[in-house]
Design a protein around this ligand. Structure first.
Ligand SMILES: O=C(CO)[C@H](O)[C@H](O)COP(=O)(O)O
Length: 280
């Protein structure tokens, strides 16, 4: 499973191409307020939920998750040498490998100690939209496989109802040959007339997921989004749908980095905490 410590490449390169620095997020002058808030959430979540006894750790996708890995790398080669890290897609696989961490897959490790992942939006009950990066199928598998599933996000994602700030709609992974029929059903049966196939940037044609599928983004009225489980289940029943980017009753806690340098923690039992930035 694990490679010896000597084989672990200790070099986690930051976005600036330099080895990661031990600078508290709140003190890091190189980061914008938004980036700092992502880093604050990620570091605090790692500090609270990655326990010394954890051996199998799920790594999500998106722009917040690199800060999760940054903090894990800061735990040191010795702490990580007996651990295996499970990616939710190509991006997190690259992140794990380039950080010198041990790579595994969920088919080898179907039980994960803790998975940390980003979110496009999180409501008061910790339902969330995921799939802005088209990774939600693997993300949901890793969330389900985890004994503890933790969300990390910036302040923009902390909302009362899903669909408040994240307006492209619910990401839906579909098998390619069924996309037109699924679109038709979303338009005419489920009431999302603006649902559309997600098109690639810097590639002609649609986004193709890590699983070779297409993604449809389906926006719904707020009244529909107030019942996320219902709409998630209705979409999932459409033939050709592989997975829906609405996660219900999965997360134990959501960590939101705030503009003032604090972190808001929402727990699945309804508790809300506000904590200060982590020290180095
Ligand atoms: O669901 C995801 C990818 O499919 C991401 O976790 C989500 O898009 C959040 O990304 P970011 O941290 O960049 O805001």
């Amino acid at each position: 499973m694990a490679s010896p410590a000597s084989q672990i490449r200790p070099m986690f390169l930051s976005r600036y191409g330099q080895p990661a620095k031990l600078v508290s997020p709140i003190q890091d002058q190189n980061l914008s307020v938004l980036e700092k808030s992502k880093q604050l959430a990620a570091w605090t979540a790692v500090d609270h939920h990655v326990k010394s006894e954890h051996r199998v750790i799920g790594i999500g996708s998106g722009s917040t998750v690199p800060y999760v890995v940054e903090r894990i790398v800061q735990l040191g080669a010795e702490a990580n040498q007996e651990r295996v890290f499970i990616p939710t897609g190509f991006q997190s696989k690259q992140l794990i490998v380039s950080s010198g961490l041990n790579l595994g897959d969920v088919d080898e490790y179907p039980t994960i100690d803790v998975t940390l992942d980003g979110a496009d939006e999180v409501d008061r009950e910790l339902n969330c939209i995921k799939g802005g990066g088209a990774c939600h199928l693997r993300e949901k598998v890793l969330a389900e496989a985890a004994n503890t599933f933790i969300l990390v996000a910036d302040y923009r994602k902390n909302v009362e109802y899903l669909g408040t700030n994240f307006t492209p709609g619910i990401p839906i992974e579909v098998v390619p040959f069924a996309y037109a029929k699924v679109l038709q059903n979303l338009h005419h049966i489920l009431g999302s007339p603006k649902a559309e196939l997600r098109m690639a940037v810097k590639k002609a044609g649609p986004v193709v997921t890590d699983n070779g599928n297409f993604v449809i983004d389906a926006p719904f009225d707020l009244e529909v989004m107030k019942k996320p489980y219902t709409i998630m289940a209705q979409i999932k029943m459409l033939t050709g749908v592989v997975e829906v980017g609405v996660f219900c009753n999965m997360a134990k806690a959501a960590y939101f980095g705030n503009e003032d340098g604090s972190v808001t923690i929402r727990w699945n039992d309804g508790r809300v905490e506000q904590v200060a930035a982590p020290s180095q």
